[in-house]
Design a protein around this ligand. Structure first.
Ligand code: FEO
Length: 397
């Protein structure tokens, strides 16, 4: 990517990954690509904040060469050690061996395991520490579990600029780096998906850290994360959204996820959906085997209830539903109501397994489960509608 001036003396010098469709190995679908943002601050002393994923190291190095008068880097600030940000660090240290690596104690623990760090100079920082570059001060704030234990963010008061690394990011490739240059709908959709799939398990920590940051009374005009666009016109949008997500605020909406073998569970699903709608509650429906689980999780973040249905196979639920619930169990979304339904032939099992998985994911069952043997007749479909209506009424509160 080209270099972009964020504010005077500070440039975005990272890389845009248009082609990536799977992040974190196979565990996160990135339909809109991503970026690995890195920032250079030119002052009496020069600091590089974060690097990029290793395959993009040459791009970062070429970008640095375009910065007028940049002959040395005095500090490399490692806000986070995950390889999408630290992968190019050894190459940077080879080119600028005099640079001091600035990071948290936890980050150093990880970096010495990832890389050959012999000969590197370190400065270990914690919340409250700062570094003077000349006309700019870097203030460091530890943000453990946003996203790993090593994370920190870097605030530059002279520019009212927060370099937030993973926090407030989105997997979104761009040709122009700022929020006002991209469709806000796309940005928020990707920010929501990012939070849902990466930060949900740490929501309590995120909520407390947001409170801490607010209590510091930092004057924040621009938030520049290490993925996606830079928030220069609407930082309040992402701060408000994080507060909502971290505090598990949800809409009166149902997320219905199901799968079916011969159509019985599917018929139930449609009838349940009608019942939920009759109660005045909106619902979104996903067939597990035909849907991207990361996209489902993004919807779950703002839905009050999760309704899960499956046919029975081998006395258990269908595999796509099981895989989805395994993710729910891992993410442990707070404050959700749950409900289970399904069908079976001779011995049941699917509905009981769904109930168990929802409970393990800390989802509270809102009403008794609903199941049918063989196939639902018209009378039973009426029961499904009533069941959906009862659920919708509970969702409305
Ligand atoms: Fe973008 Fe936790 O790495």
């Amino acid at each position: 990517m080209a270099i972009y001036r964020v504010v005077p003396d500070i440039w975005s010098v990272g890389a845009v990954d248009w082609d990536i469709r799977s992040f974190h190995g196979p565990s996160y679908s990135t339909h809109r690509g991503t970026t690995y943002n890195a920032y250079i601050i030119k002052d009496d002393k020069t600091a590089l904040v974060d690097t990029v994923h290793l395959p993009f190291a040459a791009e970062l190095i070429a970008n640095l060469k375009q910065i007028d008068g940049l002959t040395a880097i005095d500090y490399v600030i490692v806000n986070h050690i995950e390889p999408d940000h630290s992968g190019a660090l050894p190459e940077i240290m080879n080119i600028y061996p005099q640079a001091t690596v600035v990071c948290t104690a936890k980050a150093r623990e990880g970096l010495v395991r990832y890389f050959d760090t012999d000969g590197w100079t370190w400065k270990i920082v914690k919340t409250g520490d700062s570094l003077e570059l000349g006309h700019h001060t870097l203030r460091f704030i530890e943000t453990p579990m946003m996203h790993w234990p090593d994370n920190m963010i870097t605030y530059i008061p002279q520019k009212q600029l927060l370099l937030s690394n993973d926090a407030f990011g989105q997997h979104l490739a761009w040709s122009h780096p700022f929020d006002d240059q991209n469709p806000m709908e796309d940005i928020m959709a990707e920010a929501q998906k990012y939070y849902a799939n990466i930060l949900t398990p740490f929501s309590k920590i995120v909520a407390n850290k947001l409170k801490d940051i607010l209590a510091m009374n930092l004057d924040i005009k621009i938030i520049a994360p290490s993925h996606g666009i830079i928030w220069r016109s609407h930082p309040e949008k992402i701060l408000e959204a994080y507060s909502r997500w971290a505090n598990a605020e949800a809409d009166p909406k149902a997320l219905v996820v199901y799968d079916t073998m011969w159509g019985s569970t599917e018929k139930m699903t449609r009838a349940i959906l009608e019942g939920i709608a009759r109660a005045g509650v909106s619902a979104v429906l996903f067939k597990a085997s035909a849907s991207d689980s990361n996209d489902i999780m993004a919807q779950l973040l703002e839905a009050k209830a999760i309704v899960v249905g499956s046919s029975t196979i081998n006395n258990d639920m269908l595999v796509p539903v099981a895989a989805f619930l395994e993710e729910v169990k891992g993410l442990k979304p707070a404050g959700k109501l749950g409900a289970a339904f399904g069908s079976y032939g001779w011995r049941g099992g699917a509905v009981e397994s769904i109930e168990k998985q929802l409970a393990e994911g800390k989802v509270e069952l809102a009403l008794d489960s609903l199941k049918v043997q063989w196939a639902p007749d018209e009378e039973f479909l009426g029961k499904c509608r009533d069941w959906g209506f009862a659920l919708g009424t509970k969702i409305k509160g």
